[in-house]
Ligand binder design. Structure first.
Ligand SMILES: Cc1ncc(COP(=O)(O)O)c(C=O)c1O
Length: 390
């Protein structure tokens, strides 16, 4: 009998085996507790330095209560994309609250921050335009650049001289767009937004920033790095997430009324995707209220992060240019990062090892992310453990 040799999916097992050999294969672990400073992952109780729940709102009962009330009133699913019939009272309320929180004319909610970034870039530029992006921008920004079919210019992380040179050769394009993370998600460093705003103005470019890790954390009102650096008025497009410090789910764009009207018409992940459940929007409104009323969450968090960063640097760890609640311990080889993460796990500490492609080759790290729920003792436990492993 003729053997069937048609096995078009075999390449996947081969590629997975290759990833395994390089120490780059990722596997899911399962958390069986709430998201919090102390979690149970794969049956082990650990102090959790691996969430973006910076203001410790993900398991706050006020969010769950708001979600339950909205689900009770409006039902669970939204049933359609926003432009059809998916946009409910809770979505409208959230967008009004976000515009108020951000101090902008309007805001628009997407199902995820990823969708907000990718959809917004592709709505702002296209063939005949050019977009400038930092190499360490989040994948959603980089994918948005590719999706847009505009010409893409990538500069090395923080190489703003190169960016200026590229901008000076870009006058021929119809539109120019500079996109950047405001707080880089793996390195924890801040983009120099004043300098970027200068460059944008000198070269007649639009400036779009992704405040995903800064919303709720930076700035006197928690609006993000643009507020912290006093450049809000000079940034044309501000993206944030509801899924990190705000403990909920979704992404948003804040800006002028006309920007939002344009995105409603042209941002494909907004137009062609079902609106998030009303309960998700209601939880995000509750989170905005808490973030506004309890500023000590963010000030305490940033103060504790300063201390931890200093202590780790004193121990000789390379914490890069972190200036935030995200503190990388850069070790270089992926195997070393995995080894350290395992050794910390044995000491009851969860700190994820971050490997390529999430970081460039040679920059594997432990990514420590602090939340306002971490106690002084927890931070000391981590410093002590890293002190022993150094
Ligand atoms: C810098 C940055 N932007 C955007 C996103 C995407 O946000 P979301 O998780 O809401 O899709 C992330 C998520 O990891 C991020 O780190």
């Amino acid at each position: 009998m003729k053997q069937n040799t048609y096995r078009p999916m075999d390449w996947i097992d081969q590629e997975l085996a290759a990833l395994d050999r390089q120490g780059l294969c990722r596997r899911l672990a399962t958390r069986s507790s709430r998201q919090a400073a102390r979690v149970t992952i794969d049956g082990r109780e650990l102090v959790n330095f691996g969430s973006n729940d910076y203001l410790a709102l993900a398991a706050d009962p006020r969010l769950a209560d708001a979600a339950a009330a909205a689900a009770e009133q409006e039902g669970w699913g939204s049933g359609a994309s926003p432009l059809i019939s998916g946009h409910g009272r809770s979505h409208e309320r959230l967008e009004e609250r976000l515009a108020e929180f951000e101090g902008t004319q309007a805001a628009l909610v997407f199902s995820t921050g990823f969708a907000a970034n990718a959809g917004t870039i592709a709505a702002l530029v296209g063939p005949g335009d050019v977009v400038f992006t930092d190499r360490k921008n989040h994948a959603s920004l980089l994918d948005g650049c590719r999706l847009s079919r505009a010409d893409v210019r990538v500069n090395a992380h923080g190489d703003y001289e190169h960016l200026e040179q590229s901008l000076s050769k870009a006058a021929k394009y119809r539109r120019r767009l500079i996109v950047t993370d405001s707080l880089f998600s793996m390195d924890g460093d801040l983009a120099p937004l004043c300098e970027l705003a200068d460059l944008a103005e000198r070269h007649a470019a639009m400036l779009m920033i992704d405040e995903a890790h800064a919303t709720g954390v930076f700035g006197p009102l928690g609006r993000g790095v643009a507020e912290h650096l006093g450049v809000e008025e000079r940034v044309h497009v501000r993206v944030g997430t509801l899924s990190k410090a705000l403990g909920s789910m979704g992404g948003f764009v804040a800006g002028s009324r006309s920007l939002i009207d344009w995105l409603v018409n042209r941002a494909r992940p907004y137009v062609f995707s079902t609106a998030p459940p009303a309960a998700v929007a209601a939880a995000a409104v509750a989170a905005l209220d808490i973030a506004g009323n309890e500023p000590q969450r963010r000030t305490g968090l940033l103060a504790r992060a300063d201390v931890l960063r200093r202590r780790l640097a004193e121990q000789g760890w390379n914490v890069g240019k972190s200036a935030s609640q995200i503190i990388p311990v850069i070790v270089g080889r992926p195997e070393r990062a995995v080894e350290l993460a395992a050794a910390l796990g044995e000491r009851g500490l969860f700190v994820p090892a971050i490997r390529p492609p999430s970081v460039p080759e040679g920059e594997a790290c432990l990514r420590i992310s602090l939340t306002c729920a971490h106690t002084q003792e927890m931070a000391e436990q981590l410093t002590e453990a890293l002190g022993q492993l150094g």
